[in-house]
Design a protein around this ligand. Sequence first.
Ligand SMILES: O=C(O)c1cc(=O)[nH]c(=O)n1[C@@H]1O[C@H](COP(=O)(O)O)[C@@H](O)[C@H]1O
Length: 299
Amino acid sequence: MSAGSPGAAAAPSGAPFGARLAAAMDEHGPLCVGIDPHASLLHAWGLPDDVSGLREFSLRVVDALGGRVAAFKPQAAFFERHGSRGLAVLEEVIAAARAAGSLTIVDAKRGDIGSTMGAYAEAFLADGSPLAGDALTVSPYLGFGSLAPAVELATATGRGLFVLCLTSNKEGFEVQHAVRSEDGTERGTSVAALMATHAAVLNAGAEPMGSVGLVVGATIGDAVAATGTDLVAVNGPLLAPGVGAQGAGERELATTFGEARRNVLASSSRAVLGAGPTPEALVSAARDAAREATDALRG
Ligand SMILES: O=C(O)c1cc(=O)[nH]c(=O)n1[C@@H]1O[C@H](COP(=O)(O)O)[C@@H](O)[C@H]1O
């Protein structure tokens, strides 16, 4: 098994993240494979639920699919639950994906007051940090402006961000659909629409798209219209989790994103990983998922 070695991460080469992701989606299809090593998946693959199982599982996924999918999205929680040695495996996974020529979106959903956000940015977005992939998921719910240190460092290093906008879980509704009243009435801008507007400002004029993306779950039904969120104006990548295990499929992908669908990167974790431990099974599951996403989003 080839494996990247942990240690200082190289800077992503050349173009900004948005351009690199657009090229990867053109080449491999609009699919991101999430690396979520649930204990149940480790067991299903015949691996122990410990650091050795975590490492074997994650590197097998990268070995099988590296250079074949547009991006990987390792979910930090499944590495953190194994402590510092789990984080070392995450570093190894990021390095292995880079060596295999695949983009990595580190799904850590960080968000804090600006001064602390600066430290998160250094951990996940700085050249030389072993936890830095090509992009990071971030939470704007301390205010979009609190993300400024991450925006600045991502821009400086050619990396990207995915800002939570309309998440795939049903509980997101109470925050993301809330309307900020401007005059004491129910009229105003929804929180989700406001996040999209902030991203649009940062991506203005970028070709083929900017590097500040949004997370918009594929399971959200008509929430884009219901919240008045203008996804086309965002001009950035739209990460769409919820495909597969959470119930969204080709139909949901095709109907949720409207004219913005060409910027969508569908994301699936358990539905691909559950195919089994062999490279053949993983490649076949990822190929099917990529074909579905392409049919839904590129038609
Ligand atoms: O940011 C994410 O990736 C994310 C946002 C969201 O709204 N919903 C969501 O499921 N996710 C992540 O996407 C992955 C979904 O995994 P599966 O349901 O197994 O495909 C998990 O890692 C989630 O943490």
